[in-house]
Design a protein around this ligand. Sequence first.
Ligand SMILES: Cc1ncc(COP(=O)(O)O)c(C=O)c1O
Length: 353
Amino acid sequence: MKISHQPPARLFTSDNAAGVHPDVMAAVVRANESHALAYGLDKYTMQAKDAFSKLFDADVRTEFVFGGTGANILALACVLKPAEAVVCTAWSHIAVDETGAPERILGAKLIDLPSLDGKLRPEDLHSVAHLRGHVHHAQPAVVSITQSTELGTVYSPDEVRAICETAHELEMLVHMDGARLSNAAAVYGATPEALRSFTIDAGVDILSFGGMKAGIMFGEAVVFLKPKLGDRAEYIRKQITQLNSKMRFVSAQYVELFRDGLFFQLGAQANAMALALYERTKHHKSLGLVAPPQVNSLYPTISQPARTALQDWSFFWDWDVAAQQVRWMTAWDTTLEDIEAFGLGVDEVLNSN
Ligand SMILES: Cc1ncc(COP(=O)(O)O)c(C=O)c1O
């Protein structure tokens, strides 16, 4: 079937499908002045590193890389020793969406545990503790959790604290994949305090800090909340091909993102639009949208031929094909007009079924 309405101006495919916030773009253009020292020795990189320390209200160590996979690999590479393993969920980006980069580049085993909601819990760590001290097993050394998770759920500060306490008792470190930290922070008030509550204050050791889903063009950061852990980061970053010679263009974006709280506003906007999409479409019981989204994604079920009709009209990804589940994701620039336009298409397809 063909949908008669105009598709929305923006896609519900991914927050990565969104463009660059105009203020960030302007900051990149401003940074394009004359010459600057390469490889991070420029003033923008100094300012951006300071901005991260201010954000966390601590003397953290921040290093920039090209993308999110690079951030995860650098973070883990800095702390893993040979024969060590990373504990994560079977949904985690490092286990599912990095083309085996951790296995190839880190040479480490990923112990990817099943999880219904994309979260790990202290008991999961206890379940692998028996591997420690046995010569035949890779040694669990780092726990990697994702905030917000790959399933659109969010760890509370207490949940992160409990993971960190257990990990540290078991002599493991905690890495957080924060590709969507701005969305998670919005759940707790969209402030630096909110961000700190489930990161540095909760005991996280190393953070992959995402900006690309929060309005920037390219470049993510690894924040060593325990700065000593990043002692070898600069060398390892170069070795794993993540040292950007024109680093000023990444850094200038973060300076802008943090200047007036844009980072937090954009995460909150994406979340608000996911809630609006939920409100607009939940009356279709077949979608199975039983609870409001916590952050910026919905996971409805849509059977054929409705699914293909909608995807041909305004593309979004399948999620769990066997369950006929798809993902609708909002971004920092999603508008209420997009929601209404998309809602009309959903109505047309589902009402005709
Ligand atoms: C949970 C998570 N981690 C990390 C990333 C970063 O991946 P990339 O290497 O594509 O920037 C993503 C991007 O979708 C993600 O969803």
